[in-house]
Write a protein that binds this ligand. Structure first.
Ligand code: HEM
Length: 429
């Protein structure tokens, strides 16, 4: 339920008529009243139905455009009803459309996953062959970072100011950091040059650099993946800052998924006594977690009063519900055997990470790699806690916890609680 105060505050920010931090999204700012009605999207959907309503031919561009102009919370009711009915009549076969549609009609009962469209991420990754999933995940993260930069660079061009320049520079650093760690879409040279330009405060050309870098990377994104990234930006409000917030969350979700993949693979390697591969997997997870400080830097540019408005639209949706985040904690910490979901452990089940590690003849540095991952994960949690204190103080979270105090307590929980050094102390690097 969106409070009347949040509705009023959102309208006041949009009515100022500027885009960028503290203002409206570019589309919400530029579209005339006629574009807000949802009629264009409804007509496109009628034509789609007349032509057989196949998942591949869905008119994403028109519907996404409407959602960005009005915000998901104020989307045209008739259009939302059409989208819900389309979902109900869609074949059960997995498709981008089936993964995406629930996020378009979740205004009353949505959660974190429908908010940031994690179903689309799962669909994109699930379509790839098992040995290609790491690469697809990397591409998704880099493409999302490039789109974050595109959004900021376009708004900066419309309303140049110092605060927005700082944010855009921070977004260049995110893309550079992701490009270095996940060289799926960027060459090493591109990533290095991007990070050099991001730190060069004197260059004064951040606007041009940002636009051209975002454009170059987005041009390299394979078509179906670009479409998936494009449709997952469905903010609840018309505010520019919420678009930034959603893209940042999606980058984190990609990183959490990477860590899940690495932990699973490390376990498999340990089971077969391959300590070297296990180490490589753990180190690659650590490298990916180490890209997150750059994302937090962008988030610190969130104006406190604007985030208070966004929170008014996202009650009940919180990353505390993230299944990937919880899977990381579960996989790392569990001492139980890994069986079919929910089934009691049996002798046929796979050993847990802990069991597989303890069974190794020659651990050869695996504990050190785990300790490094634990350290990077803990630093990420600490930065998130600090950010929370800065932006919302000590008020309860949208997920129903006590907020910053809950996050402070979670800091004391190591990722691998069973991994202790000889003194019985948690191993930290
Ligand atoms: C303005 C920025 C942010 C603020 C103020 C904030 C605040 C909070 C709060 C208060 C909680 C406690 C749970 C609740 O009741 O909602 C939480 C949990 C969480 N947040 Fe954030 N958050 C922010 C950004 C993010 C981003 C971008 C991510 C990336 C996905 C994220 C990931 C998480 C996770 C994974 C949890 C669960 C932690 C746990 O259960 O130990 N947060 N956040």
């Amino acid at each position: 339920m969106i409070t009347p105060e949040a509705l009023r505050a959102e309208r006041a920010l949009v009515e100022v008529g500027r885009t960028g931090p503290g203002g409206a999204g570019l589309r919400a700012c530029r579209t005339q009243d006629s574009g807000r009605s949802g009629e264009t999207a409804r007509r496109a959907m009628s034509r789609w139905h007349e032509r057989g309503a196949t998942a591949e031919a869905f008119p994403y561009a028109e519907t996404v455009a409407h959602f960005r102009v009005t915000g998901r919370a104020a989307a045209d009711g008739a259009l939302v009803a059409l989208l819900r009915a389309s979902y109900d009549s869609l074949p059960v076969k997995p498709s981008l459309l089936r993964a995406w549609l629930p996020s378009t009609f979740d205004q009353d009962d949505g959660d974190y996953h429908s908010y940031v469209c994690t179903g689309v991420l799962a669909w994109v990754v699930g379509r790839a062959a098992p040995d290609g999933r790491r690469r697809v995940l990397d591409e998704l993260v880099v493409a999302t970072a490039a789109d974050l930069l595109r959004i900021e660079a376009e708004a900066l061009a419309a309303t140049p100011d110092r605060a927005h320049e700082v944010r855009t520079r921070a977004a260049v650093r995110v893309l550079a950091a992701c490009g270095v760690m996940m060289p799926a879409l960027m060459s090493e040279q591109m990533a290095a040059s991007a990070s050099a330009k991001a730190v060069d405060e004197r260059s004064g050309s951040i606007q041009r650099t940002a636009r051209s870098l975002a454009g170059t990377v987005l041009d390299r994104v394979p078509g179906p993946l670009r479409e998936a990234v494009e449709v997952t930006l469905l903010p609840m409000t018309r505010l520019h800052d919420e678009q930034m917030f959603i893209r940042c969350i999606q980058i984190f979700e990609g990183v959490y998924e990477q860590v899940v993949t690495s932990l699973r693979r490390a376990r498999v390697a340990l089971v077969s006594g391959d300590a070297e591969s296990a180490r490589d997997e753990l180190d690659s997870a650590t490298a990916r977690v180490r890209t997150t400080p750059a994302v937090f830097r962008v988030l610190t540019t969130m104006p406190v009063d604007v985030f208070a408005v966004i929170r008014g639209y996202t009650a009940g949706r919180s990353a505390v519900q993230s299944t990937a985040y919880r899977a990381v904690e579960r996989l790392a910490a569990s001492s139980a055997r890994v069986g079919a979901a929910g089934a009691p452990a049996s002798d046929g089940d796979e050993p847990s990470l802990q069991e597989a590690y303890l069974a190794l003849d020659r651990p050869s540095g695996v504990a050190h790699s785990m300790a490094c991952l634990d350290d990077a994960w803990n630093r990420m949690k600490r930065t998130h806690w600090g950010l929370t204190l800065k932006i919302i103080g000590r008020v309860p979270g949208t997920g129903g916890t006590s907020g910053a105090d809950y996050l402070r307590q979670a800091l004391d929980q190591p990722l691998f609680p069973w991994l202790v050094n000889r003194g019985g102390e948690p191993w930290r690097t």
